[in-house]
Ligand binder design. Structure first.
Ligand SMILES: C[S@@+](CC[C@H](N)C(=O)[O-])C[C@H]1O[C@@H](n2cnc3c(N)ncnc32)[C@H](O)[C@@H]1O
Length: 199
């Protein structure tokens, strides 16, 4: 069974207070961009452990929002997702951006002129990160952008879109706290599809 901190009662109570938990999609500022990557299809919901779930060739779309950075083996996930899709099927997902995820504990610093800068380190040291967020000791995984792209391509996907999400002026006026997203990206959104088999 995969580790999932969202099954921890104390963490979940804290996470339930965030805007995206209380307001749903209206509290997820990246949703407009992510929605643009999705085909207009009726959706069947499945609940399963992403580290072991293995359906075969039956879905036209697999969609995941902010979960894949909790999985240890992204290569295996891409291979299983490809096997679960019909030819032409799409995989659309969001995840923590690698620039945000590279340090276990995200840290803001001040440069010599007093500007806030976001600390980036250990970018090329991929693998487990332990972070304190809502509760202590949350395990997640950092991968370089090139590793993510390569895993998708090697699994047989064609990449259709990528967005290192940042707020619009309208987003900033509605939520000034999103200004941090101009300094560094926190979210990576991606859309890919399985090519149709040649006749
Ligand atoms: C940051 S929350 C995102 C929640 C929601 N999708 C959203 O975008 O607001 C991360 C989600 O990943 C799920 N998750 C983490 N590990 C998982 C696993 N091994 N299998 C399935 N889901 C997992 C958690 O249950 C949680 O719902």
């Amino acid at each position: 069974m995969a580790q999932n901190i969202y099954d921890d009662q104390a963490f979940f109570e804290g996470y339930s207070q965030f805007p995206r938990s209380r307001m749903g999609l209206a509290g997820a500022p990246e949703w407009l961009s992510l929605r643009g990557m999705l085909p207009r299809l009726p959706i069947a919901y499945e609940q399963a452990d992403l580290e072991s779930y293995q359906p075969q060739g039956q879905f036209e779309l697999i969609y995941s929002s902010l979960a894949v950075h909790y999985l240890a083996d992204f290569d295996a996930l891409c291979t299983r997702i490809k096997a679960a899709l019909v030819p032409g099927g799409s995989f659309v997902f969001s995840m923590e951006h690698p620039i945000f995820a590279a340090r276990g504990d995200p840290e803001w610093l001040s440069d010599g002129e007093g500007f806030r800068v976001f600390a980036l380190s250990d970018y090329a040291r991929e693998g487990e990160r332990v972070t304190d967020w809502v509760v202590d000791g949350i395990v997640k995984y950092h991968r370089k952008i090139s590793t993510i792209v390569t895993a998708l391509v090697q699994a047989g996907f064609v990449i259709d879109a990528m967005d290192e999400w940042s707020p619009t002026q309208t987003d900033l006026e509605a939520n000034p706290g999103l200004a941090d997203e101009i300094v560094r990206p926190m979210l990576l959104l991606m859309a890919a599809h399985v090519p149709q088999t040649k006749l």
